[in-house]
Design a protein around this ligand. Structure first.
Ligand code: SF4
Ligand code: SF4
Ligand code: SF4
Ligand code: FES
Length: 598
């Protein structure tokens, strides 16, 4: 690869180094020169709309936006002349006059608003223009966020984010002049949108109070929050999180921009569902539904456990616990009895012999064809779906989807076949469509382990035999592959597994699964086994039908109260950091298991 040509220019009298092709703003930033911006955002295509980043280039009569102007070798750039400062002030005053920026009533007041920050930085205390304040729509129909167009400065950061990062292009700008506004789909609402995935990326990237999180309304400014980097444990992707906390509460969750997995992007589960969803938390031990002390609960458990032979004891683990909890289980295995992790449909064979897809999230955007077999990333692994969408829509990759129900990815697919085809002409057509492809990626979900999935994979492998496709396997469950590596057998038919031997003592580690482990009860065989067992212990963070059915409930720490690591589908060992103190009397999963079995 040829290294980019180095260039040198002077900005505000400072000698600055950069690379040919970089903009003046990029070089200024890397050399510590501050130029005000509003519509610019790193990782989004520059738009040049707000005109706050204007600069003068000596020898040219024109004023240019630095965010869209490529830097030239040897040029002399000025960013802070009286003329530029005056124009910036006028621009800001026009923005303040246009819509209702009555800051005291705005959630972003006092530190989080880019417009307010620029107003203060430019010493604006009043404006010379009449206030227009047209009555603009407010949309609060989305579950986790709202949009108050009265605060919008039309910077289009949300539009570009939705298009370039989530890849769905729900948002755009419509109408003219003073009626110019951001619209959802064809001027609908978030609540009725069929394209919006509720990922919230547009909210995180909005510089004003237009797009706002509902759950953090007036919980405090992000600038005054503590920030901790940790990892999402809601699926096997392991996205990097930047968690904002204040006064023992989560205020907001953003993607970690430096994560090689998600590069700052998140899906709705990682951004909102872990903390903005109302759930009843369990913070004290319970015996038959009544609060108890840890001592009483452990004594009751010990009595029941001792009354059962080792072969009559079983431990079921949610495939989301940390690697450290898995190690604790491995250490205690001799004292426990039968052990398994309960995984999703067709996941047992998929994760039993893990083959990690090293660096898949870095490599996937370079693919010129993506073939999905037996997986539903839109439902299960939102950031993988976003990566696929943007690779197809923005970089022109072809898309083939086999053995998956129709999702919002299908509209971009060259071939979409929910059911397998034995028709040779169908496969000849697929081969023809893949003919010119050089860098294919095959993204497999759990259903690739079915007979149909294996048949489709064999066809695709044959077609791509000469092109060494990137093979990517993405489980649904967060840490199932790593648990399997630790010797914890993945089981999907839990009823049958329990029925293999009589169980008198059953301990279920539901951990912080959002459903509190209730999905186990969807299998009537499991429900029947629970009734037969003398003692059912459930360690869980949230109340559910399963905890209601338990003999003893032990309160477990949630994602932002744990420490340890998880291993994502690429094989990266990622840190899980404690962001908040453990609530009430809850304890971490491994600590609880040691108390029960050591
Ligand atoms: S929430 Fe996500 S999908 Fe919906 S409009 Fe915002 S960026 Fe687009
Ligand atoms: S909603 Fe926010 S991000 Fe979108 S154009 Fe308006 S101010 Fe910019
Ligand atoms: S893709 Fe998975 S790991 Fe990433 S934010 Fe969504 S649920 Fe969390
Ligand atoms: S930041 Fe350059 S025009 Fe808006």
């Amino acid at each position: 690869m040829i290294a980019p040509k180095k260039i040198t220019l002077t900005i505000d009298g400072k000698l600055c180094e950069g690379e040919a092709g970089q903009t003046i703003l990029e070089i200024a930033r890397t050399n510590g020169v501050v130029i005000p911006t509003l519509c610019y955002m790193k990782n989004l295509t520059p738009w040049g709309g707000c005109r706050l980043c204007i600069v003068e280039i000596e020898g040219s009569p024109k004023i240019v936006p630095s965010c869209t102007t490529p830097a030239q070798e040897g040029s002399k750039v000025n960013t802070k002349t009286d003329r530029l400062v005056g124009l910036r002030k006028a621009t800001l005053e026009l923005l303040f006059s246009e819509r209702n920026h009555f800051c005291p009533m705005c959630q972003l007041n006092k530190g989080d608003c880019g417009l307010q920050h620029q107003g203060l930085a430019h010493g604006i205390t009043g404006i010379r223009y009449p206030y227009l304040y047209p009555a603009m729509p407010v949309d609060v129909t989305a579950k986790y966020f709202g949009m108050d167009q009265n605060r919008c400065i039309l910077c289009t950061r949300c539009v570009r984010t939705c298009d370039e990062q989530e890849g769905v292009h729900t948002l755009d700008v419509a109408k003219r002049g003073i009626k110019n506004q951001v619209v959802v789909d064809m001027n609908g609402t978030f609540g009725e949108s069929t394209t919006c995935t509720q990922c919230g990326a547009c909210v995180a990237n909005c510089p004003t109070g237009t797009l706002f999180d509902k759950a953090n309304a007036f919980r405090g400014q992000l600038v005054s929050c503590q920030q901790v980097l940790t990892t999402c444990t809601e699926c096997s992707v392991g996205c990097g999180l930047k968690v904002f906390t204040k006064e023992s509460r989560v205020v907001s969750v953003w993607g970690d921009p430096d994560s090689l997995v998600n590069k700052g992007h998140l899906c709705v589960k990682g951004r909102y569902q872990t903390w903005a969803e109302p759930r009843e938390r369990i913070i004290t031990p319970l015996i038959k539904g009544k609060p108890a002390t840890w001592k009483e609960a452990l004594a009751a458990i010990r009595k029941a456990s001792d009354a059962a032979k080792k072969t009559e004891r079983a431990l079921l683990v949610a495939p989301r616990v940390t690697n450290e909890t898995a190690q604790t289980i491995a250490k205690l295995a001799g004292k426990i009895g039968r052990i398994a992790s309960y995984v999703g449909s067709n996941e047992a064979a998929f994760v039993a012999k893990p083959e990690y897809s090293a660096n898949a999230m870095v490599k996937l955007p370079d693919a010129d064809a993506i073939i999905i077999i037996g997986g539903q990333p839109s439902r299960d692994n939102g950031v993988v779906a976003a990566t696929i969408r943007t690779t197809v829509r923005k970089r022109g990759a072809k898309l083939f989807i086999f053995l998956a129900p129709t999702t919002n990815l299908d509209q971009y697919a060259n071939v979409s076949a929910p059911t397998p085809s034995q028709d040779e002409s169908f496969w000849n057509d697929v081969a023809a469509k893949l003919a010119g492809v050089q860098r294919p990626a095959v993204v497999c979900g759990p259903d690739v382990t079915t007979a149909d999935g294996k048949a489709v994979l064999a066809r695709i492998t044959k077609i791509l035999a000469d092109r060494s496709p990137l093979m990517v396997g993405v489980p649904v469950s967060a840490n199932a592959m790593s648990l399997a590596c630790s010797g914890i057998v993945p089981v999907e038919n839990v009823g049958a597994w329990l029925a293999e031997k009589p169980v008198k003592f059953l301990h279920i580690v539901a951990s912080d699964a959002p459903d509190g482990g209730a999905r186990l009860l969807e299998d009537s065989a499991v429900a029947a086994q629970l009734k037969q067992a003398g003692c059912v212990v459930v360690q869980a963070s949230y109340k559910s039908a399963l905890t209601d059915a338990a003999t003893v409930v032990l309160p477990a720490a949630i994602w932002c109260e744990k420490t340890g690591t998880v291993t994502n589908f690429e094989g990266r060992q990622l840190p899980v950091r404690s962001v908040l103190a453990v609530a009430g009397e809850a304890r971490e999963d491994g600590t609880i298991l040691e108390s029960v079995f050591a």
